[in-house]
Each structure stands twice: as C-alpha cells, then as structure tokens.
Ligand binder design. Structure first.
Ligand code: FES
Length: 165
C-alpha cells in the first residue's frame, strides 16, 4: 500500500529524489547528519513520507524508530503533506475564553475537515495552536503568516477569512 503522499498528491518526483540523493551524499558518514537531511526532505517534498524515511534510514544507517521519533517530536516536520494555507486557531487561555473553540468548529464546518486535517485539494490544513503571543487581539487566527484578531463567532469572520484564500 502506497503512502497517502503518493496517491493523493504527487509528492515524490524523480527530480526531488535526485536532489535528496545529492544531499544525502554530502551527509553520509558525518555525525549529526540526520537533522539537516530531515530539514532538506521536508523542504523538498513538503512532508517526510515513510518511503523517504526508509531511504534516509538505509543511507545514514539510522534506525527507522529514531527517524520517526524526531519527525513526530518537531513541529516543522510532517509525515503527511499539508495544505498550501495553514489555518492556526490559537487555543491559548486568552483566546480559549473568547470562544476560540467555536471558531474551530466554524472552520471545520466551512472546510469539511477536523482539526489537524487537510482539505482534499490540499489547499487548507486546520490546526489548533498554543498561545501565539498576541493575546491582546484574542481570539486570534493565523493563516500562514497573516494574523487575524478580535474575531467573533456571530460576525462570521472565520468564513470571510477562509474565502479570501
Ligand atoms: S492566548 Fe491566543 S494569542 Fe495568546
């Protein structure tokens, strides 16, 4: 069975594999090579699917369990491809008490996905985050680098924000 990355979206292409091969060649046999290779893989493929993990494991002689552990520990890595736009709803205390949960529900309804999910066209991924440091603007939603604050549930701003992208 192939990885979702392969079937739903063409993530592993020959060009990207060639670039990874070239990068791996520069890291082989050197200590501390795993993080740079994972960073490069995430950049190249937009995620690090199992096939790529296996390749890295063989080439760098690092156990699969260790690679999986690193990927799941650091936020910057993902196993599944993410959408072009990451909608992050802050669930820190200041936002939570101002109905952030309801904003998540509105986004779920609008996008037809659950928190952590990605739309079928890979346009949006919805995530819940910890405090993003803009509590004065609570409740806060980020779309990639764009910040939206003082949102209301009744005003329907969530829907408006999504429709902008
Ligand atoms: S709690 Fe949401 S920005 Fe701080």
């Amino acid at each position: 069975m192939g990885c979702a990355c392969e079937t739903k979206r063409q993530v592993i292409t020959p060009e990207r594999m060639a670039k990874l091969d070239a990068f791996l060649t520069t890291c082989k046999g050197k200590p501390g090579g795993l993080m740079p290779v994972l960073n490069e893989s995430q950049k190249l493929f937009g995620c690090i699917p199992v096939e790529i993990q296996k390749k890295i494991s063989q080439e760098l002689k690092v156990p699969m369990a260790e690679i999986y552990g690193v990927i799941t520990f650091y936020n910057q890595f993902s196993i599944e491809p993410k959408g072009d736009y990451i909608i992050s709803v802050c669930m820190g205390t200041a936002c939570y008490v101002k109905d952030a949960q309801k904003l998540v529900e509105q986004a779920c309804e609008e996008l037809g996905i659950k928190p952590g999910g990605t739309t079928e066209d890979y346009k949006f991924t919805l995530v819940e985050t910890r405090c993003v440091g803009a509590c004065g603007l609570a409740p806060v939603v980020l779309v990639n680098e764009d910040v939206y604050g003082r949102l209301t549930v009744k005003g329907g701003e969530m829907k408006d924000i999504i429709s902008k992208y």
